[in-house]
Every structure is written in C-alpha cells, then in structure tokens.
Design a protein. Structure first.
Ligand SMILES: [Zn+2]
Length: 218
C-alpha cells in the first residue's frame, strides 16, 4: 500500500490477492476500463489502483460470474430463452445486450454491405472512442455534409454510398482533448485520415508545407 496526497494506492498484485484472482485478470479488467484509470505516481511507482476501486472491481467480477452461471435471458429479437453466455456483455454499462449473439451476427451479415448500416457503425465507433454529449444519427451527418462530402483538407469529393471512399475524422484528435460530438466530425478519404492521425489541423498543414518546400528545393 502506498499513500500519496491522502489517497491509498495498491498494486495489481495486491488487488489480485484481495479479490482472489490472478494478477493478469486484474490487468484485463483495467484494460477493459472497469476502473476509471490506471495511476502513474512517478516513473518508479507505476501501475497503481486507488484502494477504493477494489470495490468496483469486485462488483464487476461478481457480475461476470453471474453471466457465466446458468441464468437465462429472453432475446428481444428471436424471443428464444437462452443462457446469458449467449449474449454480449457491454463493458461500459455492465449489462447484457437485449439481442442474442446469433441474432446480432445474422443482423450483421444481412447488413454488412448496406452503406447506411456501415455509416451508422462508423458513427457509433466515432462516438464510442471519445466523450460526447449528444448521440449523432446518420441524418445529422447527411444534414451537415450532404451525400457527397468534400474533404476539408484536399477538396476531394467522396460518396457516403461508397464506404471505401470516406472515413470519419476527429478534427481535434481525441488525444488532444477532442470529443465525439458532431462539431468535431470531419469527413476525409481514409488515406488522408491515416496521414493526419492524431496531429492537430494547424500542425498537419505545417508538416505538409514542409514536405512540399523541401522537395521543391531539392
Ligand atoms: Zn436471438
């Protein structure tokens, strides 16, 4: 146990001992976001948990064991009564999804070539990766960008009916504090998004300019 600024911290190993699981199980729970964060006090003392978060982990473990037990649940889609292990466990809310794995897979296979389905999934992913206040619908996206969005960096015209032509870009990167709301969304071709990665807009322009200038003078 380490005390810092009046808070008690414990190591993963200590947490594992208290919970009666292996240290790697604790690592997995941390990776999946079951505790708020993973504390770095200084370079030597890394990988610490707040002592109070043990309670949160314990609750999660009890829930997980329940899901693995023989409990039944009715699927909202096929209406069959199935074992809870036939349902996906949402890491964020801690509850089970209403439709069973096999219904979800069927739905995915039936829709995987539908451009609107793909856009919807991409919008969900865009939001899931960052913090956001308002849920974005694909209608919001069409209203803002039209059906043929223009890349704000290259001027290239894309097509929401062709999933290979576009990608959703966080204008302010998540790592720089950007959120998952509509005003932080831009549409770019996938290659441009890959080039920009987590660089700020202004810095990206400078990098591009530097490359062009250097090549011009060679
Ligand atoms: Zn089902």
């Amino acid at each position: 146990m380490i005390t810092h600024n009046g808070e008690n911290y414990i190591t993963r190993r200590e947490a594992a001992k208290l919970l009666g699981v292996s240290a790697s199980s604790v690592t997995n729970l941390i990776k999946r976001g079951h505790v708020n964060s993973y504390y770095l006090l200084n370079k030597k003392l890394k990988g610490l948990l707040k002592e109070g978060e043990i309670l949160q982990l314990d609750k999660t473990l009890i829930e997980k064991r329940q899901y693995r037990s023989g409990d039944n649940k009715k699927c909202s889609c096929c209406s069959e009564i199935k074992l809870t292990k036939e349902f996906i466990h949402s890491h964020k809310s801690g509850s089970l999804k209403p439709d069973c794995k096999s219904c979800r897979n069927k739905k995915y296979r039936a829709n995987k070539d539908d451009p609107e389905f793909i856009l919807n999934r991409r919008v969900s992913k865009f939001q899931r990766k960052a913090k956001y206040t308002n849920k974005i619908t694909i209608e919001d996206v069409y209203n803002k960008f039209g059906r043929n969005p223009i890349c704000y960096l290259t001027g290239q015209i894309m097509d929401f009916n062709d999933p290979n032509s576009y990608s959703l870009d966080h204008f302010i990167p998540i790592s720089k504090g950007g959120d998952g709301d509509l005003n932080n969304m831009r549409i770019t071709p996938p290659i441009i998004n890959a080039m920009k990665t987590s660089i700020l807009y202004e810095d990206f322009l400078i990098y591009c300019q530097t490359i062009v200038n250097y090549k011009k003078n060679q």
